[in-house]
Design a protein around this ligand. Structure first.
Ligand SMILES: Nc1ncnc2c1ncn2[C@@H]1O[C@H](COP(=O)(O)OP(=O)(O)O)[C@@H](O)[C@H]1O
Ligand SMILES: [Mg+2]
Length: 258
């Protein structure tokens, strides 16, 4: 099976995970790297589609819940395997665009234990991921995704922090959890977002204190805010946007450009 390079962004809520995934995608698309790219919104409060100007139909969580309901009601047609049914439905949620595909997880953990459905779902997602060269994952805030092992296939993790001590502490905790839950991630990078450039040294210090690589310092960029308010896709940012320029440095470090 083809092994996709999987990159994820985690960190405290509101630090800029979604923004950074969008900026990275833009850098990669602008470099004409010709990669098959899948963007995954793994935050139940999905807003990556809005930030990228993508309209989505159904989420993976919705189709998984539909299967759970049908199992409960006993309305699965005879002779149809649940796995095949779910697989078809999950594939149908993938939005295919010219330059990349997108998958939105939504809420996958419904009420009750449906270990069967959840296990099958994991296998289906693994297969989907293996069809791409590069997978960018926008994770939810907090740390639960680490213990649920949503990140089990991540090769490179970006931990995003703002300039608050709380952001730093969350970043530190994420790094510790990666070790505790035995997730094998090849490299972990700390990215300071909306971070004043004069505190670059501080950010580098934080990275070495946590024991991760320094990823990038992304400055405050009024255009990023403006695009958000106006509902404009970050893929349309002009090339002189300071946040985008800084994201190029990160993309280079992650070796995802041409
Ligand atoms: N570098 C930046 N400059 C200006 N605004 C930013 C920057 N990064 C993020 N924002 C804004 O901050 C808010 C939170 O960012 P977001 O990426 O949604 O965070 P998260 O995904 O971590 O919750 C959004 O309104 C976004 O537009
Ligand atoms: Mg987000």
């Amino acid at each position: 099976m083809n092994k996709a390079l999987v990159i994820s962004a985690s960190g405290k809520g509101g630090t800029g995970k979604t923004t950074i995934i969008a900026l990275l995608l833009k850098c990669i698309l602008d470099s004409n790297s010709n990669k098959d790219i899948l963007v995954v919104d793994a935050d139940p409060a999905a807003n990556l589609p809005d930030v990228l100007g993508v309209s989505i139909n159904k989420t993976v969580g919705e189709v998984a819940n539909e299967l759970k309901k049908r199992i409960e009601k006993g309305t699965i047609p005879l002779g149809v395997s649940k796995r095949d049914l779910l697989e078809g439905w999950v594939y149908s949620t993938i939005v295919e665009l010219d330059d990349f595909d997108m998958l939105v997880m939504g809420r996958t953990e419904g009420e009750g234990c449906y270990c069967y459905v959840n296990n099958v779902l994991t296998k289906i997602l693994d297969t989907i991921i293996s069809n791409y060269d590069l997978v960018l994952m926008d994770m939810e805030a907090g740390l639960e995704h680490l213990s649920r092992r949503t990140d089990k296939d991540v090769d490179k993790m970006i931990i995003v922090t703002d300039m608050s001590l709380m952001g730093f502490k969350t970043a530190k905790r994420i790094k510790e959890l990666i070790k505790e839950v035995h997730i094998k991630i090849k490299s972990v990078y700390l990215v300071g977002n909306r971070f004043p450039p004069k505190f670059r040294r501080k950010l580098e210090e934080w990275a070495s204190k946590i024991g991760v690589e320094f990823g990038a310092l992304i400055p405050y960029d009024p255009l990023v805010e403006e695009f958000n308010i106006l509902g404009k896709s970050l893929l349309e940012l002009p090339s002189d946007s300071p946040a985008l320029k800084a994201a190029y440095g990160l993309a280079e470090k992650l070796s995802v450009l041409k």
